[in-house]
Design a protein around this ligand. Structure first.
Ligand code: AMP
Ligand code: GLY
Length: 420
C-alpha cells in the first residue's frame, strides 16, 4: 500500500521511519517533509493546505492511506476533504479536531460527560473573567481559546499575574475567548489513545519537558525532550484514565455526531483524587511520538489502517520492554528568535537502540543545515530511564552543532524516582 504522510517535524520523521519498516508498505510519499523523512519517502511536493491538490495527488499515486501528523491541517479539514473523496485517512475530522482546537468545546464536553477536569469558567469579556479571578484567587490558570501551540496558557501564582494574562488575551492577542480554571496539583503525564470512532485503545504513555532550560526553568516550548513509558502512570492509572476520561469523551463525540478517529493525546494531571484532564491534542505528541515509535515492536501500518477504517477490534500492539528517551536539540534563541542556516556536522548513524530524528533541517547539497527552532531529536532506548538518558546524551555529545542547545536533564524526575 502507498501512503502519504503529511508533516515536516521530528514526529513525522519517526512515523516515516517506523512505516518504512512495514512489509506492507509500497511507496511512502511525504509533504512538506524534511531531509530525515526523505530518507524513507518520496517528496510529494504538496502544500497540505491545498486540499484539492492533496486529493488529486492521492488519486494519481494510488495512495491507500493518508497519515496526518500535525493538528493544523486537521483543524483545517484535510481529513474531511479526503473522506469526501473516499480516501482513507488517519486523523480526525475538523469537527472532532475541536477537542484540540477549542478549549471551551472540550471543557463543555467534560461537564456534559462528568469527566474529571479542573473547575472552570468561559469568558468572552475581560470584566467577567477578572471577576472570576477575584472570586477564586490564585494560583489559577488562564487559557486563550484556539490553537496557540502550547503558548496560550498562563499558570498564575498571583491574582495580579492572572489579571494581566486576561488583559493580554483581550488586547487583540491570542483570541476572543478565555477559559479560567482551577490550578491542579500533581505530576503530569501524557496518554496516547488510538480511536476508531467507537472504541479507544491505550497506545503508550510519556512525560515531556516543556520548559526551555534545565530544572524546568525558562519559557514554555513545544517540548525539549520526553521519555516513555511515563513512570508515574501505573497500569491502574491508565485503566482509570481510559474509563473515566477517554471512553466518555469518545461516547460524547459520537452523541453529537462527530465521532473521533485518529490519535487522542490526553494531557493528564495525576492528582490525589485520580487522573484529571488538562487538555486534549488530536495528534501524536512531538517529541513524544519519537519515543513511542522507538518502543513499538508491532508494525505501525496495519494499526493506523485499522483506525482509519474504523475498526480497531483486532489490534493489539506489542511494545518493547524498554524505556525510550529523546533529547531535543534546538537552535540558540528558541523559543524566541533564532537564526537559520547553520551547519550540523557529525550526525551519528542509526544503531540498535539509538536514532537521531530530524525536525527543522534542510539539505544544501551534502551539507545538513538547521532550518527551524527544534532541529534534532536524539533518541535512545535503555533498560531504565537513566540508561536511556545516558545513551541519548552520548549521542548528543558526538554532534557538532555550535549553534544549538539542549537541556541536560531530560528524564530527571523519573531518574530520581526510579530504583537504582
Ligand atoms: P496546556 O496547553 O493546556 O497543556 O497547558 C500547558 C501547561 O500548563 C500544562 O502542561 C500544565 O503544565 C499547565 N497547566 C495547564 N492547565 C493547568 C491546570 N489547570 N493546573 C495546573 N497546571 C496547568
Ligand atoms: N510535546 C507536546 C505536544 O506535542 O503538544
Amino acid at each position: 500500500m502507498n501512503i502519504l504522510l503529511i508533516g515536516s517535524g521530528g514526529r513525522e520523521h519517526a512515523l516515516a521511519w517506523k512505516l518504512a519498516q512495514s512489509p506492507e508498505l509500497g511507496t511512502l510519499h511525504a509533504a512538506p517533509g524534511n531531509p530525515g523523512i526523505f530518507e524513507h519517502a518520496q517528496d510529494a511536493g504538496l502544500n497540505p493546505a491545498d486540499k484539492p491538490s492533496v486529493v488529486a495527488y492521492c488519486r494519481e499515486h494510488d495512495i491507500g492511506l493518508v497519515v496526518v501528523g500535525p493538528e493544523v491541517p486537521l483543524v483545517d479539514g484535510l481529513a474531511d476533504a479526503l473522506e469526501a473523496a473516499d480516501i482513507l485517512v488517519f486523523g480526525p475530522s475538523a469537527a472532532a479536531a475541536q477537542l484540540e482546537g477549542s478549549k471551551g468545546f472540550t471543557k463543555d464536553l467534560c461537564t456534559r460527560k462528568r469527566i474529571p477536569t479542573a473547575r472552570y469558567g468561559r469568558f468572552t469579556d475581560a470584566t467577567a473573567a477578572r471577576d472570576y479571578v477575584q472570586r477564586h484567587g490564585a494560583p489559577i490558570v488562564v487559557k486563550a481559546d484556539g490553537l496557540a501551540a502550547g503558548k496560550g496558557v498562563t499558570v498564575a501564582m498571583t491574582r495580579d499575574e492572572a489579571l494581566a494574562a486576561i488583559d493580554a488575551c483581550f488586547s487583540g492577542g491570542d483570541g476572543d475567548e478565555v477559559v479560567v480554571e482551577e490550578f491542579l496539583e500533581g505530576e503530569e503525564a501524557s496518554l496516547f489513545c488510538l480511536c476508531d470512532g467507537n472504541q479507544a485503545l491505550a497506545f503508550g504513555t510519556a512525560q515531556d519537558h516543556k520548559r526551555a532550560f534545565d530544572r524546568d526553568r525558562g519559557p514554555n516550548t513545544g517540548g525539549m525532550g520526553a521519555y516513555s513509558p511515563a513512570l508515574p502512570m501505573t497500569p491502574e492509572l491508565t485503566r482509570r484514565a481510559m474509563a473515566e476520561i477517554v471512553e466518555p469523551t469518545l461516547a460524547g463525540m459520537r452523541e453529537v455526531g462527530t465521532p473521533f478517529k485518529g490519535v487522542l493525546y490526553a494531557g493528564l494531571m495525576l492528582t490525589e483524587s485520580g487522573p484529571k484532564l488538562i487538555e486534549y491534542n488530536v495528534r501524536f505528541g512531538d517529541p513524544e511520538a519519537q519515543v513511542l515509535m522507538l518502543r513499538l515492536e508491532s508494525d505501525l501500518l496495519p494499526i493506523l489502517l485499522a483506525c482509519a477504517k474504523g475498526d480497531l477490534s483486532g489490534v493489539a500492539p506489542h511494545w518493547r520492554d524498554e524505556v525510550a528517551l529523546t533529547v531535543v536539540l534546538a537552535a540558540n534563541g528558541y523559543p524566541g528568535t533564532y537564526a537559520k542556516g547553520s551547519e550540523i556536522r557529525n550526525l551519528p548513524p542509526e544503531r540498535l537502540g539509538m536514532k537521531v530524528f530530524q525536525a527543522g533541517t534542510r539539505r544544501d547539497g551534502e551539507r545538513l543545515l538547521a532550518d527551524g527552532g527544534r532541529v534534532l531529536n536524539v533518541s535512545a532506548t535503555g533498560a531504565t530511564v537513566r540508561q536511556a538518558a545516558r545513551a541519548a546524551y552520548e549521542a548528543v555529545a558526538v554532534i557538532d552543532w555550535p549553534d544549538g542547545f539542549c537541556r541536560s536533564d531530560i528524564g530527571h524526575r523519573a531518574i530520581m524516582a526510579e530504583p537504582e
